[in-house]
Ligand binder design. Structure first.
Ligand SMILES: [Mg+2]
Length: 246
């Protein structure tokens, strides 16, 4: 992958003609799982460790599953040497439980998600992917459950990174054409999505459908902010013209 040089031309709205890679966060950006992920984690902890108290009060928003699991296993008193095996058992149980949890929680796309992805996929020189803290397996289960599989297959995931910026770097490495410059735009609902984009030199578009307000997303440096994804034409206009960090 060749990393795109930063666009410092303030008069240039976007960079027409270049390949563009859009990395979408999942939870609270494209879909609402209504606690299904947390319920699957709780089931897995109860099954593998006997109880789920290590998950009580844990922060999920914007974090990677690896980061969440590491914190919870530390809390549960699982030694670093044992965490690899325990984590593997827990992930297996999470994947077993998640489809039922998604059905029970009535997980679904957020309004406009499918239209935006469908419209973007029709544009030339565009690659769509995920930049999500979910494990790869749970991301694919969620995407399939809510009907976003036609557009989202690959990206960066939370299996190996406790922090989001490494996951976003993985996503770009997986999806940027190897022989062409590409502009990467990260779309997400938290300050952590924005920070991960900025630390990689990518543009970020905040979507205020999670816990963060538009003002918060703007204040933490998002290059553009959307209230939601309902207005496909407006969303596409913003994604086409987002300014790259200078
Ligand atoms: Mg999110």
């Amino acid at each position: 992958m060749r990393v795109a040089p930063v666009d410092t031309d303030e008069s240039a709205p976007g960079r027409a003609g270049r390949h563009r890679v859009f990395l979408f966060d999942l939870d609270q950006t494209l879909l609402r799982a209504n606690g299904a992920g947390g319920a699957a984690f709780a089931y897995a902890f109860r099954t593998v460790l006997g109880d789920d108290t290590a998950l009580h009060g844990i922060e999920y928003a914007g974090r990677t599953d690896r980061g969440i699991l590491t914190e919870a296993l530390d809390r549960a008193g699982v030694s670093p040497a044992e965490q690899g095996d325990v984590r593997q058992c827990i992930v297996q149980r999470v994947c077993e439980a998640l489809p039922d949890c998604l059905r029970t929680a009535d997980a679904r796309t957020l309004p406009g998600s499918q239209s935006v992805l469908a419209a973007l996929s029709e544009e030339p020189n565009v690659t769509l992917g995920m930049g999500t803290g979910n494990l790869r397996a749970t991301a694919l289960i969620k995407v399939a459950h809510v009907g976003l599989s036609p557009w989202l297959h690959d990206g960066g995931f939370g299996d190996d990174h406790t922090q989001r910026h490494g996951m976003i770097a993985d996503a770009a490495a997986a999806l940027c054409p190897p022989d062409r410059d590409a502009d990467v735009v990260v779309i997400g609902d938290t300050a952590l999505d924005v920070a991960a984009a900025r630390s990689n030199g990518f543009a970020s578009v905040g979507v205020a459908t999670g816990g963060a307000t538009r003002a918060t997303l703007q204040a933490c440096g998002a290059d553009a902010v959307l209230a939601d994804l309902r207005d496909t034409e407006h969303v596409l206009r913003v994604l086409r013209t987002v300014r790259f960090p200078g």
